[in-house]
Design a protein around this ligand. Sequence first.
Ligand code: NAD
Length: 498
Amino acid sequence: MRDIHHFIDGEARSGASGRFGDVFDPNTGEVQAKVALASAEEVDVAVQAAVRAQAEWGQVNPQRRARVMFEFKRLVEARMDELATLLSSEHGKVIADSKGDIQRGLEVIEFACGVPHAMKGEYTEGAGPGIDVYSMRQPLGVAAGITPFNFPAMIPMWMFGVAIACGNAFILKPSEKDPSVPVRLAELMMEAGAPAGVLNVVHGDKTAVDAILRHPAIAAVSFVGSSDIAHYVYREAAAHGKRCQAMGGAKNHGIILPDADLDQAVKDIVGAAYGSAGERCMALPVVVPVGEKTAGALRERLVDEVAGLKVGVSTDAAAQYGPVVNAAHRKRVEDYIQLGVDEGAELVVDGRGFALQGFEKGFFIGPTLFDRVTPQMKSYQDEIFGPVLQIARAETFEEALALPSNHAYGNGVAIFTRNGRAAREFASRVNVGMVGINVPIPVPVAYHTFGGWKRSAFGDANQHGMEGVRFYTKVKTVTARWPEGALEDSAFVIPTMR
Ligand code: NAD
């Protein structure tokens, strides 16, 4: 049995807590590795290494730090196949999709290569008589990231790429469900020239997370995961005086106006609903056709498309999606399908009980389609996070706009239409953080910024782009004068520029 170690101060460290988690092969259902689960003491060892490393790393000039990012990008690209295969073997997503996971992370590394420009401060000459004012961005010190299972490459890179390029040291606590790729990324960061201790990977569960949230030497915590945990992390981090951004779950809607190019919209929605077995925070699990005619035509085409989907093992190049991450998650998704039935939604295609020949113990779920889902249903209100698409019909544009706007989650939303004015109005009024116009998965490019609204994100700073730079730096403002001549008297009144 393979053991997955922590990676602290530039080297692998065996777990000392005596506690381990199972890492499955979702294709076969078998346990393929044991991952060490850290104690608070082990987290502290990593933080001490990070504190030591950061003292020097923060002094390295920004261009040299950026060169480590350039080299890291080259190394990851050179190992793309190996990393994608490893990622798929623990997560279950198909290999082409794992490459996308890694590539979207690398795009943030590309942004991080340009961080010296983004960190430049501001300067005002002559802000007062003989007085100059300048501000600079300095690293926070040690930051930490707690990441979910569904993007084990991209989301760690969202965080450590920007944090480290800004001069911080980083503690990554990846998901214990698929922890191998994060360790490989840390090893490659060392190979790229990051000093030992600048990026540490500590595996674990709530014990490790709590140790991070309470550690006095950690200045900032970035979290991505489900909303209840995100809210908890946000509260605890704040209670311990830390900066925190905590991204949560999602329930993204795709609105289909009657004038949409329906053939294209259906292709887009099927890919966005079932890709990665629906285990994406930017998946499109709800589709909202406007008007009965649109709904009828949409449903007919969806049924055809769903019938043609190929579910397979993650190494099957012809498969559109693979298994979900573990048996508990499969049960959760199947329970939600039953709940939908019990609540009175119409189950058009039932993916439960799906078995793949030769892989009967794998965690597969067939594509599932519901119609006549309503906002009162719990199966509509909750995030299912599986290959389940729900049709929620609307009569009018206003009704369609209200559905995502009134939903508790507000991560992403998409509208499909040929009408620019309607799309513009929708984008302006919808109460959701990321909007796609004829784009089903509107994950912003790396130099823009990622973040939802409402229960999809706690805190006020988004991931990557300038928001990321602001999150991982603090501003220092210097007011300077160089007096000469006669002494000035003490001033007992606040100086103003009148
Ligand atoms: P999760 O909340 O179960 O786990 C996320 C992290 O929190 C993991 O590192 C885990 O070890 C830790 N954790 C779990 N339980 C904890 C507890 N009780 N106390 C402290 N820490 C705990 O999420 P997941 O199942 O790994 O990921 C799926 C979720 O992540 C979905 O809800 C999805 O929408 C969300 N997600 C959101 C975004 C986004 O940017 N908004 C991106 C990806 C995933």
